[in-house]
Every structure is written in structure tokens, then in C-alpha cells.
Design a protein around this ligand. Structure first.
Ligand code: NAG
Ligand code: NAG
Ligand code: NAG
Ligand code: NAG
Length: 223
């Protein structure tokens, strides 16, 4: 039969379409997954759960589209964020409260202010991927990947071991002045650091890092 024969030539296209369909569905489901957006506006901190991507610094849209609640600075605790976190901020003091010494592995920071930021260092545990949007979107988004998880680790696991069975601890120091102007986002990592205080005495965080633990630090500077 003649009609059946041409139909065969469509098979590869159908298979491809099927593959794309699965692929598109997959990314659709992923983008529908709720993620956390925290933003600050006029001394108010709002913590939102969003199912859609909201354009940077669009506070009205975020209030409309996401499920937000106000956070009192006095009740804020250092948290672990196991999924993607976005922060919109206008000054370093609130960013410091939200981020300094928290654990977050997938982070996006959008600077929504205009006043230049001072050079300060924020410590972030376990950061794998950072995306940065500078000065109200006047520059294209930039990103750095500090490390990728290997397939045998759980996606959100923060504990990784090296071949000597030491616990690998990732810590990043983010220079807040990087948001000020156009420059390429850069990162520099030092691996196999047994004592942060001995390696980097000028970091002045000696109270935070114990020296005698059986850990191997990977220290990353983002600037
Ligand atoms: C924001 O909300 C998430 C849960 O949706 C919570 O895990 C996190 O601790 C909150 N962060 C702050 C700063 O309140
Ligand atoms: C982050 O916390 C450390 C330790 O508490 C502190 O010394 C440092 O000043 C903080 N960084 C910023 C930018 O506030
Ligand atoms: C660190 O701890 C692991 C197991 O907990 C042990 O096998 C390893 O020998 C220790 N390494 C050092 C340098 O103490
Ligand atoms: C890590 O540091 C230890 C002690 O400082 C050293 O013995 C070891 O060879 C280093 N490992 C790597 C991979 O550099």
C-alpha cells in the first residue's frame, strides 16, 4: 500500500518530536517548582515562594505572583537553603543579615539599589553556583560555578568527602563591591586548606573556624 510507505519517513521526526516533548515537559516542570525569593524594600524583608520567574527588582509583581510573608529581622535565623534562592537587595547590611554564614548552594543575587556598595566580605557555606545581576539590570547576568556535584551525590547534600575520607567543606567569600560596575565576575579557589585561620590570617574570622577538626576546606573568593 502506497500511503503507508511515506509515513515511515516521518518516524525519525516523530521520535525527535517525542524526545523534545519529554524534554520540554521536563524543563516546564522544573521551572514550575517553587523557589525562594527574598527581597528587601524600605526596611521590610519579604520572604516569598514563587512558582514563576519574576523579573529582577519587580517588587509589585513579586507581591502579586508569589506567596510572600514579612520577616522580622529580630526573628531571623541562619538557615540552610536546599533549593534555589534569589535575593534582591539594595544595601549590604540586609544582605549580610540574610546571607553571611548561611548555607546555600544555588544562589542568585540581584542588586536593586543605586548607591555604590562598600567592600565587605560575606561568607557563604557550600556555594556551588552563583548568578549575579548588577545595578538594576543595566548589565547582563553573569555566573560562576564553583563546583558541580558528581552524580553519586545527592543534589542538595552539603557533605562531600575527598579520597582521604576527610570532609570537604566549601566556603566562599563574596566581595560585595562586585555589584558596583561592569567587570567580569571572577572566582579564585584554594583547595586542600586544613586551617582557614592559618592560611588566611587577614580574613579576621578566626572565631568562626575551628582549627583542629578533620576537615579539608575549599576556599573561594568571588570578586
Ligand atoms: C524563607 O522561607 C523559607 C521557607 O519557605 C525558609 O526555609 C527560610 O528560612 C526563610 N528565610 C528567612 C530569612 O526567613
Ligand atoms: C560576617 O560575619 C562575620 C563573623 O560574625 C563578621 O566578622 C563579618 O563582619 C560579617 N561580614 C559582614 C559583611 O558583615
Ligand atoms: C579523618 O577522618 C576519617 C574518618 O572519619 C579518617 O579515616 C581519616 O584518617 C581522618 N583523617 C585525618 C587526617 O585525621
Ligand atoms: C593536602 O594537604 C596535606 C597536608 O597539608 C598534604 O599531605 C596532601 O598531600 C595535600 N593533598 C593535595 C591533593 O594537595
Amino acid at each position: 500500500d502506497a500511503p503507508a510507505f511515506p509515513a515511515l519517513s516521518f518516524w525519525p521526526a516523530l521520535i525527535l518530536a517525542g524526545f523534545l516533548g519529554i524534554h520540554i515537559t521536563g524543563s516546564f516542570v522544573r521551572s514550575q517548582k517553587n523557589h525562594t525569593l527574598i527581597f528587601t524594600k524600605e526596611n521590610t524583608i519579604r520572604n516569598c515562594s514563587c512558582s514563576a520567574d519574576i523579573r529582577d527588582c519587580d517588587y509589585c509583581l513579586a507581591n502579586l505572583m508569589c506567596n510572600c510573608k514579612t520577616v522580622l529581622p529580630s526573628t531571623m535565623e541562619k538557615t540552610t537553603y536546599n533549593s534555589h534562592l534569589t535575593i534582591w537587595f539594595t544595601d549590604t547590611s540586609v544582605l549580610e543579615m540574610l546571607l553571611n554564614f548561611t548555607r546555600v548552594w544555588d544562589l542568585k543575587l540581584s542588586f536593586c539599589g543605586t548607591a555604590p556598595l562598600p567592600t565587605e566580605y560575606l561568607a557563604i557555606w557550600g556555594l556551588r553556583k552563583l548568578r549575579v545581576k548588577k545595578v538594576k539590570g543595566r548589565f547582563p547576568e553573569q555566573s560562576v560555578t564553583i563546583y558541580s556535584s558528581s552524580s553519586n551525590e545527592k543534589e542538595n547534600s552539603l557533605a562531600v568527602h575527598n579520597k582521604d575520607r576527610q570532609m570537604l567543606v566549601y566556603i566562599s567569600f563574596l566581595d560585595t563591591s562586585l555589584f558596583n560596575g561592569y567587570s567580569l565576575l571572577k572566582s579564585y579557589s584554594v583547595e586542600n586548606v586544613s586551617s582557614i585561620t592559618e592560611h588566611f590570617p587577614s580574613l579576621l574570622y578566626s572565631d568562626v573556624f575551628s582549627t583542629s577538626d578533620n576537615k579539608s576546606y575549599v576556599v573561594t573568593f568571588i570578586y
